[in-house]
Design a protein around this ligand. Structure first.
Ligand code: P6P
Length: 278
């Protein structure tokens, strides 16, 4: 089993324990993460759990998390960047959330082109895992920590059905608002406040997800290393596209570990259209 297999297996094995520990950790922690967001107790716990599991793997050289300021040096090998609990604010409302993992073959912060795999665990009605590796996306159901493949070559449906956009409508730029008006007449709104739940809808039904650059925050909200790159790698491996508004997220120059970036993910024609309008 190579290092990448061990990483994916460790993330799958951790899923039942992380899911099982959510109920007792719905309270806010006393800290903020490096992005200035209030942490939930579950954020801290999931981060500590996964840090222990992933840094112990021989062949993992660096570990970084959305919840930690810096990069942990743990030897030689691949760099693992995680969002331990994406959408943790959904714990309070009992909605979908989960874990995002990006595996880079370069020191962090790294370019999305340095990704060798990315994955997410989705805590929905059931626990599933999506893994992109060597140009193929595989969907698994996680049962007792064991991943069972249910779709071995997942590709984005050709005919888009859903859309979901973050940020407040008055804070959208005029160009983005015009894009929304154009595409919303043909699509159904699906926005749940956790990127992986919303992107999983796009992967399942076809469509577009975005947390765009806003008038008040042109860089958007989502982090390139922990959210944008890993999810872009999955979408592009499934035959879709990603964009910061001008180019693939995988081509965005890494400047800082917690740099934010506008994120647009979905069917190629919808992202091409978006870039032509921004
Ligand atoms: P808002 C969750 O906190 C997250 O980082 C993403 O998972 C999600 O897409 C976004 O923020 C939701 O942000 O402003 O809608 O609460």
């Amino acid at each position: 089993m190579d290092t990448l297999d061990k990483i994916i297996e460790a993330v799958a094995a951790a899923a039942p324990d992380i899911r099982g520990g959510l109920a007792g950790r719905r309270r806010k922690a006393d800290e903020e993460n490096p992005s200035g967001e209030t942490q939930m107790a579950a954020d801290v716990w999931a981060d500590e759990y996964l840090e222990a599991e992933l840094t112990a793997i021989d062949g993992v050289g660096e570990f970084a998390s959305e919840e930690r300021e810096g990069v942990i040096d743990c030897g030689e090998g691949l760099s693992v960047a995680i969002d331990p609990l994406d959408g943790s604010s959904n714990i309070k409302s009992n909605n979908s959330m989960g874990t995002i993992v990006g595996v880079y073959d370069a020191p962090l912060p790294a370019s999305g082109r340095d990704l060798v795999s990315s994955a997410y665990i989705l805590f929905g009605p059931i626990t599933t895992m999506m893994v992109a590796r060597e140009g193929t996306v595989t969907e698994y159901v996680i049962e007792d920590g064991d991943p069972r493949p249910v779709n071995k070559d997942l590709t984005l449906p050709d005919d888009p059905v859903v859309y979901g956009f973050g940020g407040r409508v008055p804070d959208w730029t005029d160009d983005f608002a015009e894009y929304v008006r154009e595409i919303e007449t043909n699509l159904k709104l699906r926005y749940g406040g956790a990127m992986i739940g919303d992107v999983n809808q796009v992967l399942t039904y076809g469509g577009v997800f975005a947390y765009p650059g806003l008038e008040s925050r042109p860089e958007g909200k989502l982090r390139l290393q922990f959210e944008g790159n890993p999810m872009a790698y999955i979408l592009e491996s499934a035959g879709g596209r990603s964009s910061d508004g001008e180019r693939s997220l995988l081509d965005v120059e890494p400047e800082g570990l917690h740099q934010r970036v506008p994120v647009h993910l979905g069917n190629e024609e919808l992202i091409d259209r978006l870039e032509s309008m921004l």
